[in-house]
Design a protein around this ligand. Structure first.
Ligand code: AMP
Length: 541
């Protein structure tokens, strides 16, 4: 028997329609890459998204066509999220930090028909254009006065010209909620990038789930500033969750440095933010140096890489900002787990509470997970056994876009994350490593993440990476690679001594090397494949 409820389809356009109707005066403030601050409301954003929809239809963009962006977090990028998906086309956000050859691969693989870019990326797109024949039109996301003279970009025009020629009269069409709405390629450190094609349904369910109190906890009382880029996994879904809840949205544009972020946090009254650990490490240093305080910022979500407990503690104790740890992937839209305590944890002392919150957290409703051993059998939730983390759910990838190979799922339909994790009795998952990064020493597995987290708790360490290097006796041993804090000195012996008593003896690093900087992927994660190359031939006694 079927239920007797309306068969309305979940569509991204429904979010902006809702915000424009019920939170019409809530603001979107963005710092523009071409300079200045732009301020308008959800009602204005809705009008302009519909103007964009009319412009796209006039160009001949049809259902399922890919429309690409290489852009910062701005109101125009926000309009593209809604205008492109709203007509049934696919908004393909491209990460400009990828290598140029990866960008060319991605654009050709997706067969993007239009490409919208910020002024900052003009030199980049001029290099890409001759190699990207599917792109019929390149659109500069600015007013016409910023158009370059003598550019040979095919069909070049300005975003503002495109919109001003159009009427805001447009009725968002109804279509199947499983229709694709956006596309994001993984950063792929070894293989070619792979496309994750989100649907309207997966995006809406994810946006509702991340809004929950024990997930990202979004509300109309919030002023939300995503410091995660809109070019990577849809800025963790915040450009959907903010209008869905009627929260004011602050978009920092190209200004991702600590001073520019702090200025916006203060001037716009930001209450909630989200970003990768590197952003918060940089911000902490800036706050300490200038003896700054936050007037309104109360909480932030940190994920994308392991959040060092020392960072959580410093934000809480010195700045009054709670850090919630979260885990996810491009393939999981991205939110999978969030680190909110349960009632039973309320009475823990601060060290024990921090130990729980430092884990990657509990499954958000909608995402199921398990850990399995080499034979594929499920491992116990005892916080000790570790194995491959598998996930499934309505916003987890089923197959990659045009992958040309059978899906990457297990026979019984779980997605292999490539992460190695434990799950404790209370359901808190803890990532111990990427499966490729685990250090196998004798019969023991050593978590490089644990050692890195500990190393950055040393006052003289700005950033740290741990890789396995060959050892005749143990097959692999941990090597700690450290970037010192500016103006601070520390010896290898001091650092090795720092680990004593804090980890099992067999996990202590064998050696320390100092470097000026560590290599990162396009999404800010440590690029361990590069480190392994840099330290090839290194071995410990
Ligand atoms: P990406 O698809 O580029 O967002 O990368 C996803 C990967 O980042 C995951 O598979 C993890 O290896 C890593 N990751 C994400 N969040 C965390 C976290 N909180 N702690 C440790 N690793 C994380």
């Amino acid at each position: 028997m079927q239920g007797l409820m309306m068969a309305d389809q979940l569509r991204v356009a429904g979010v902006i329609e809702h915000a424009a109707k019920w939170h019409s005066d809530a603001e979107i403030v963005s710092r523009l890459p071409e300079g200045g601050l732009h301020r308008y409301t959800y009602a204005d954003a809705h009008q302009r998204s519909k103007q964009l929809a009319n412009a796209l239809l006039k160009i001949g963009i049809a259902n399922g066509d890919r429309v690409a962006t290489i852009a910062w977090n701005t109101h125009r990028h926000f309009e593209l999220y809604y205008g492109v998906a709203g007509i049934g086309a696919v908004c393909h956000t491209i990460n400009p930090r990828l290598f140029p050859e990866q960008l060319v691969y991605i654009i050709n693989h997706a067969e993007d028909r239009l490409l919208f870019f910020d002024l900052t990326f003009l030199p980049l797109v001029e290099r890409l254009a001759p190699l990207c024949p599917t792109v019929e039109k390149w659109v500069l996301m600015a007013a016409a006065k910023h158009l370059p003279v003598g550019s040979e970009l095919p069909g070049l025009c300005s975003y503002e010209d495109l919109l001003s020629a159009e009427s805001p009269d447009y009725e968002w069409p109804m279509f199947d909620e499983n229709t694709a709405c956006s596309l994001c390629y993984t950063s792929g450190t070894t293989d070619q990038p792979k496309g994750v094609l989100y649907s309207h349904r997966s995006t809406l369910l994810h946006a509702m789930a991340i809004s929950l109190p024990d997930a990202l906890n979004c509300s109309a009382l919030d002023v939300i500033m995503p410091v995660v880029p809109m070019f990577h996994v849809n800025a963790w879904g915040l450009p959907y969750a903010a209008p869905l809840n009627g929260a004011k949205l602050v978009l920092p544009g190209a200004g991702m440095d600590a001073a520019s972020l702090y200025e916006l946090f203060e001037s716009e009254g930001v209450t909630f933010s989200a970003g990768v650990p590197t952003i918060w490490l940089g911000l902490l240093q800036f706050m300490r140096e200038g003896k700054h305080k936050f007037s309104t910022l109360r909480r932030t979500v940190v994920g994308g890489s392991s959040c060092p407990p020392a960072l959580m503690l410093a934000f809480e104790e010195e700045l009054g900002v709670t850090i919630k740890h979260a885990w996810g992937m491009t393939e999981t839209s991205p939110l999978g787990t969030a680190g909110h305590l349960k009632t039973k944890h309320q009475s823990l002392n601060s060290a024990d509470s921090l130990a729980v919150r430092a884990k990657q957290g509990r499954a958000v409703f909608g995402v199921d997970m398990k850990i399995v051993g080499d034979n594929g059998h499920e491992l116990p939730h005892d916080g000790v056994a570790f194995g491959d983390l598998l996930v499934r759910g309505p916003w987890v990838v089923a197959d990659y876009f045009r992958s040309g190979t059978p899906g990457e799922l297990t026979a019984d339909g779980w997605f292999r994350t490539g992460d190695v994790a434990t799950i404790d009795l209370d359901g808190f998952m803890q990532i111990t490593d990427r499966s490729k990064d685990v250090i196998k020493s004798g019969g023991e597995w050593i978590s490089s993440i644990d050692l890195e987290n500990l190393a950055v708790a040393h006052p003289a360490v700005a950033e740290a990476a741990v890789i396995g290097v060959p050892s005749a006796k143990w097959s692999e041993r941990p090597l700690l690679i450290v970037v010192r804090r500016p103006g601070m000195d520390v010896s290898a012996e001091d650092l090795l001594a720092f680990f004593k008593g804090k980890v099992a003896k067999f996990s202590e690093p064998d050696a320390v090397e100092f470097v000026e900087q560590l290599p990162h992927t396009a999404t800010g994660k440590l690029l361990k494949t590069q480190l392994r190359k840099d330290f090839a031939g290194y071995s410990v006694a």
